[in-house]
Write a protein that binds this ligand. Structure first.
Ligand SMILES: [Zn+2]
Ligand SMILES: [Zn+2]
Length: 385
């Protein structure tokens, strides 16, 4: 599973970096990995695109905020580094022309696939997957069935009926382009006969009618990394549709939705769970059973625990899918106090007795509260005079 690197890491800046620091860091990387300075170096181009994708997000306050909150999931669906090569280098120059101006670059390698009818990248395919809370937190595998075009089996993607082959276009002589001279000007246009392919298929394949691709339903096993949340989009590179004329495959995007859990709520990598206990349990202390993502645990509630108290169980939360070490968040157990609505006679009797005791034995906490009240009332009375 290809994973996207953290954008801050890509630019080599702190999470708290200012807009200016981010711009500087990007400029440095962009110039270092510029295609003009690294001709033919695919890795440099990848780094160039990766930096542009990171800068596109981190230079935009809104996108940066979403990225800080949701990670890559919050900002997918655009950008230059999204998948296998569809980030066009030319687009980067156009988007960040302010960065590149004044450095005398030609504008990179230019648009690829200029020749129409030639190999092109296949379309991306999207599929939605709904996971239960636990599977998403712990990671799982899911079968997804998708329709995607694949290279035609009958003609191996050539579009020609087996035993035949394409013939060179007579109109353009196989060039795909025709040049028309108009006075002093020479105008080059795409060949109207072959639409730029340079060849013509006279005997079209009976299965794909010359397109070289056929519909195909396929079931894939998708590995879902532990810790994904709703809104996360996984990208499986090369699992999209086959490209026309034996071009490269598109990508498959898996949109994740996670169902709610009856007990747990999620906050980032932390799990939250509220446990109700009674007044007597809170006052006297107790041991309660708490659920974990896997199994259960016991938690000691010390005597005198106030409602709202939060106990943190380290490492019992959700693993961070962006962390290579898979570090986990914590489980936060918040104590709630149950106040009974209906009382049995015995219960009520005991509580009334307790109330008697509490009247005579005012706790220090209450004492200060009553003293504050007394002072307040006294002050108001004096003011009124
Ligand atoms: Zn032609
Ligand atoms: Zn075919």
């Amino acid at each position: 599973m290809p994973t996207q690197r953290d954008f801050y890491e890509v630019l080599g800046v702190e999470k708290s970096a200012s807009a200016d620091e981010i711009k500087k860091a990007y400029k440095k990387l962009a110039l270092k990995n510029h295609p003009d300075r690294n001709p033919g170096d695919e890795e440099a181009i990848e780094r160039f695109k990766e930096a542009a994708a990171a800068y596109e997000v981190l230079s935009d306050d809104d996108k940066r905020a979403r990225y800080d909150r949701f990670g890559h999931a919050g900002v997918n669906g655009g950008g230059f580094g999204g998948g296998a090569g569809h980030g066009d280098v030319q687009d980067i120059f156009e988007a960040f022309s302010d960065i590149f101006s004044g450095f005398g670059f030609s504008g990179g390698t230019g648009r690829r696939g200029g020749r129409r009818g030639g190999p092109a990248r296949g379309a991306d395919v999207r599929v939605a997957v709904t996971l239960d809370f636990r599977s998403a937190a712990l990671g799982c595998e899911r079968e997804v069935s998708i329709n995607r075009k694949k290279s035609c089996t009958r003609c191996s993607g050539s579009g020609c009926e087996p035993g035949t082959s394409p013939t060179q276009c007579d109109y353009c002589g196989g060039q795909g382009q025709v040049v028309q001279a108009q006075g002093f000007f020479r105008v080059q246009t795409t060949c109207p006969a072959c639409r730029g392919a340079g060849h013509i298929i006279r005997h079209k394949c009976n299965t794909c009618y010359g397109s070289g691709r056929e519909d195909h339903r396929v079931t894939l096993n998708v590995k879902i990394p532990a810790g994904v949340d709703s809104g996360v989009q996984l990208c499986l590179q090369g699992e999209g549709e086959a490209g026309p004329n034996n071009g490269p495959n598109g990508d498959l995007y898996v949109d994740i939705t996670v169902k709610d859990h009856p007990v747990f709520r999620r906050e980032g990598m932390h799990l939250l769970c509220r446990v109700p206990i009674t007044y007597t349990q809170a006052a006297l202390g107790t041991k309660i059973e708490i659920p974990l993502l896997e199994g259960r645990d016991e938690l000691d509630i010390p005597a005198g625990t106030p409602p709202g108290e939060v106990f943190r169980l380290r490492g019992k939360g959700i693993p961070d899918p962006r962390d290579p070490r898979g570090r986990k968040g914590d489980l936060h157990v918040e104590i709630e106090l149950i106040v009974p609505k209906k009382l049995s006679e015995e219960h009520e009797g005991l509580l009334r007795k307790l109330a008697e005791v509490e009247k005579t034995q005012v706790t220090p906490h209450q004492k200060t509260w009553y003293e504050k009240l007394k002072d307040l009332f006294k002050g108001e009375a004096e003011e009124a005079q």
